[in-house]
Ligand binder design. Sequence first.
Ligand code: ZN
Length: 179
Amino acid sequence: MSDDQHPIKRAMNKRKQPLYRKVNTTAHGVHHLYGGDYRDERHSKPQNDAEVRRQGMHGSKQRGLDYTPLFRFLLSRAGANWQEVYSEAVSRLDKSEPIFWMVALRQEDEKEFVRTGEASYFSGMKVDGDGLLQLVNPKIGSGSLVPQCRCCTHTFNGIRFTRIYDPDAALGVSAYRFF
Ligand SMILES: [Zn+2]
């Protein structure tokens, strides 16, 4: 049996698929992208609410790579051993930094949600005392936040927000929390 036909080797190759993809710059929502250099890492991190407020409604985003597959992967590993999740994620990434946009290793860095794209939000995650990857607040979902503009489809963990745009609630605030 040759290497690429071997079921275990094939499974390993499959597991090595990258957890990021090139951004399609013609995608919906691109009208919000402005300024800056997309290669500038300082501007590419997901932002907490305070940072979003400082930078304005839509902030600035990295336009080169999309780490949505990573965020979905991390989310799907809630409850799993962090070291194993981390090792696999790193092996499928160009850099480890995006992991920590979503996962906080220190309590003071924990966030209930993170903004990962123009109108994309994911659960903030942490590593618990048993070394397991966990959601910071499992109660936050697609009904927890309100959209910050009318024109973009806002999603939380890939699921469309159930609340509708409210100009009063959304004024100058990113995904106003609305429990
Ligand atoms: Zn919009």
